[in-house]
Design a protein around this ligand. Structure first.
Ligand code: 5GP
Ligand code: MN
Length: 338
């Protein structure tokens, strides 16, 4: 893959020694994997780099190479601000809008160093000096691999870096099931496997290492699954009381939304999850099969966005109120659903 900005990126990297790498809030496998892959590349280039995350990632990513070196902005915003002000180059990975990193966004917008965006979401905002935006690619990790190739970094990609990249490609493609997966994706995965990564272990660490609370919360969501047959749609919710009852820990609700699509004839599903600290704040995830545009639905109705088959949004009010709103707007999409 050719990028018009490869030379500019090379120059920026060559002229920098103190680099900060930022994932989005609540980093997922693609955000963690891409940030740590880039961090490990910079180590090989003998450059100082810091992964500065707005907040913590779920425990089931903690085995990722160099995960223990991530610095968390929420733990000490003053130190986070100092890190930004003292660096000479900033990378923002797996997001394209500063509103995806909370208070850290204000600091970045005032930073004097150059900013490089590497991302695969639609409609990038214009905050970066150099933009690598490829919404047709299924994960930031896949895009980052292409960028590494264009920079002639292939020889630097060792087992640890390959592990990080595989993590992001695997998680953001739903383990290679989404339509974003191309023959190129598999070619890249083939290259990563040649570096002796343990693909089976990576899968098991992410998906087969659940805490009891994660399974109990899955149970509570499945228990209230509703099938809207006339819209080929299913939805679930998890309220604050159940999160407390089952001892919710960060990450426990990740991926549950996908179970909605496993129901026969369902092509669109949603999950409404109340905030454990604030039952009037609901996080919503949408998933679809085929052409139904989850991102458009999230943008138009729940102040969110994302990709065609996976998106998210928010609602102020209880899960019950959010679902009332959902049921009110879903008839507007009937012709796209059937
Ligand atoms: P998830 O459901 O896994 O949280 O998110 C699925 C996709 O939707 C991700 O690619 C994520 O970037 C996007 N997304 C989730 N929440 C939001 C949101 O509140 N706003 C926007 N613009 N995108 C979101
Ligand atoms: Mn991603």
């Amino acid at each position: 893959m050719k990028f018009e900005n490869t030379n500019k990126l090379k120059q920026l990297i060559d002229n920098s020694n103190n680099i900060v790498i930022i994932p989005h809030t609540n980093p997922d496998g693609d955000a963690v994997g891409s940030c740590l892959a880039l961090h490990c590349i910079f180590k090989k280039l003998k450059k100082t780099s810091i992964v500065l995350s707005p907040n913590t990632a779920p425990d089931f990513y903690s085995w990722t190479p160099s995960f223990d070196q991530i610095v968390y902005f929420e733990d000490n915003p003053k130190i986070g601000e100092k890190i930004i002000n003292e660096c000479d180059l900033i990378f923002t990975l797996d997001f394209n809008d500063l509103n995806r990193i909370g208070d850290l966004g204000n600091i970045i917008s005032k930073a004097s160093s150059n900013i490089v965006m590497i991302d695969h979401h639609q409609n990038p905002k214009n905050y970066a000096d150099l933009i690598f935006s490829q919404p047709d690619i299924g994960s930031t990790c896949e895009l980052l691999y292409e960028i590494f190739m264009s920079l002639n970094y292939k020889k630097l990609i060792d087992k640890d870096i390959s592990t990080c990249l595989y993590l992001g490609i695997m998680t953001d493609t739903g383990s290679f099931q989404y339509s974003s997966v191309s023959s190129r994706t598999h070619k890249i995965v083939s290259d990563l496997l040649k570096n002796k990564i343990n693909n089976s272990k990576i899968y098991n660490k992410v998906y087969n290492d659940s805490s009891k609370s994660r399974l109990n919360i899955l149970g509570s969501a499945l228990n209230n699954l509703t099938h809207l047959k006339s819209y080929a749609t299913a939805y679930m919710y998890i309220n604050r009381v159940d999160l407390e009852r089952f001892d919710y820990k960060k990450g426990d609700s990740e991926g549950i939304v996908n179970y909605g699509l496993s129901l026969k004839d369902v092509i669109f599903c949603a999950i409404f999850i109340e905030d454990i600290n604030d039952g009037d704040n609901v996080k919503i995830s949408f998933r679809s099969i085929g052409d139904f545009p989850c991102n458009k639905f999230a943008e138009e109705n729940f102040n969110g966005g994302g990709h065609i088959n996976a998106s998210g949004g928010r609602f102020e009010g209880s899960a019950k109120k959010a679902i009332e709103h959902f049921l009110k707007v879903i008839p507007n999409y009937k012709n796209k659903l059937l």
